[in-house]
Design a protein around this ligand. Structure first.
Ligand SMILES: C[S@@+](CC[C@H](N)C(=O)[O-])C[C@H]1O[C@@H](n2cnc3c(N)ncnc32)[C@H](O)[C@@H]1O
Length: 413
């Protein structure tokens, strides 16, 4: 076994000890799945985002759009410049990137803006909200070259004053990384899924075989209300016995916080998901929970404790409903493929095809780039992600956002 495998195994056991203690201290000896996922992903020492997140990409467990090509960030930058224009080119425009991973997307955006839009850069205040301290360190290292040219800082959503921000809050694959509650429909009733352990003394070296799921009453009435709000009733039509799904209450709290901080501007959210009626369709009987370990996707969150990513799809209906309840008007949502095409990805692909280079290495680089650009819009992958745009206190009449200028922008999810 490689040294690093030993190290990771030891980190897993230490995380297991912590979760075991939490379970043991609880009067009913169980924690919600959301608490389990919180520890597995975000324990500051042994959680996934402390241990392996620095490896996201080829050498890690999954990759995201910025790992494919800088074009993703560059096209987003085009959208931000138009937003600035729509707001009347204010002297201070803030971009807040939430969940910035290794800082790649920020780097691509800033490099392009400095090169093409120096005037915008003079007004730009770029802030990052990041939960993982390991990733903050990587971001700071990656973005150091920009510090002399752009106002750049790291902030915390909870400390941004109410109505302080004119600009745009944005995220790529943030919401799917929030801890979710799991619920199960059984014997005509909705139960919450809790995590317990069959281990009497917490000494096991194989936590994955000892975690057990138990069902009990809902930990919060918000879970029941959630389904009423999206018009999902498990008895009509009858859902299959054992139907299991997830609820992302954290996403609601997050969006409310963003809406509170936004004085005027936009919220741009990119992620994979469905509207509630598809998310909670009776046929999706095992929910959408997915784990990623060394580029393999599977459905067992108790394996590779603290060493694998755990995600759940995003319910966009809830983000739209709760957004409008807290003052965020839905401007549109489109598949990522159409969003990027509307911003010029098609022209970039076409330009690549017109290259007349005869140099072997150059041709190979062009082919690689073309493949990467196609991956961004592939309808079986990232092209099928959703881009949701919301806004607050925007001028009227509002010009169409460039990324929404596609014939399909009103297509229901
Ligand atoms: C799947 S990664 C996506 C990273 C990056 N956006 C990208 O496209 O490569 C999720 C990111 O969200 C961060 N994150 C998760 N919960 C967060 C929260 N509540 N506040 C800020 N960042 C958070 C993670 O640490 C990580 O940087």
């Amino acid at each position: 076994m490689a040294a690093s495998d030993n190290q990771w195994e030891s980190q897993s056991s230490q995380l297991y000890q912590q979760i075991f203690q939490k379970i043991k201290q609880h009067p009913q000896r169980r924690i919600t799945f959301a608490e389990f996922m919180e520890a597995a992903l975000y324990d500051p020492t042994f959680g996934y985002y402390a241990t392996r997140a620095r490896l996201i990409g080829q050498t890690g467990d999954f990759f995201t759009a910025p790992h494919l090509a800088a074009d993703f960030g560059e096209l987003l930058a085009e959208q931000f410049v138009q937003m600035w224009s729509i707001l009347g080119r204010p002297a201070s425009f803030t971009l807040i990137e939430m969940g910035a991973g290794q800082g790649l997307l920020a780097g691509d955006i800033l490099r392009y803006l400095l090169d093409r839009y120096p005037e915008f850069c003079q007004c730009l205040d770029y802030q990052i909200v990041e939960r993982s301290q390991v990733l903050v360190a990587l971001q700071q290292q990656h973005l150091r070259p920009f510090e002399s040219y752009i106002q750049l800082c790291w902030s915390d959503l909870t400390t941004i004053p109410t109505d302080a921000i004119t600009g745009c809050f944005f995220s790529n694959e943030l919401v799917d990384a929030f801890p979710v509650h799991r619920v199960r429909f059984s014997q005509g009733q909705l139960w919450e899924v809790y995590v317990t352990t069959a281990d009497p003394d917490g000494r096991s070296s194989r936590p994955e075989v000892l975690f057990r799921e138990v069902e009990d009453g809902l930990s919060t009435p918000d879970l029941g209300r959630y389904f009423a709000d999206v018009n999902v009733h498990f008895t009509t039509p009858p859902y299959p016995e054992g139907y299991t799904t997830e609820v992302n209450l954290r996403a609601i709290a997050w969006l409310e916080q963003v809406a509170r901080c936004l004085h005027q501007g936009f919220v741009l959210t990119i992620d994979y998901g469905y509207p509630a009626e598809r998310y909670y369709h009776p046929a999706r009987s095992e929910g959408t929970l997915q784990c990623y370990y060394r580029h393999r996707a599977h459905g067992n969150p108790y394996l590779h404790l603290g060493q694998q990513d755990i995600t759940a799809h995003v319910d966009f209906t809830t983000l739209e409903q709760k957004g409008s309840a807290c003052g965020l008007q839905l401007l549109g949502r489109v598949p990522q493929s159409l969003f990027l095409m509307a911003l010029g990805l098609g022209d970039r692909i076409a330009a690549l095809s017109q290259s007349e280079s005869r140099d072997r290495q150059e041709i190979q680089a062009i082919l690689r780039r073309r493949e990467a650009l196609h991956s961004l819009v592939n309808s079986l992958g990232m092209g099928n992600f959703w881009v949701m745009l919301q806004g607050k206190a925007l001028p009227y009449p509002l010009p169409t956002l460039k990324g929404l200028e596609s014939p399909d922008s009103t297509t229901p999810l």
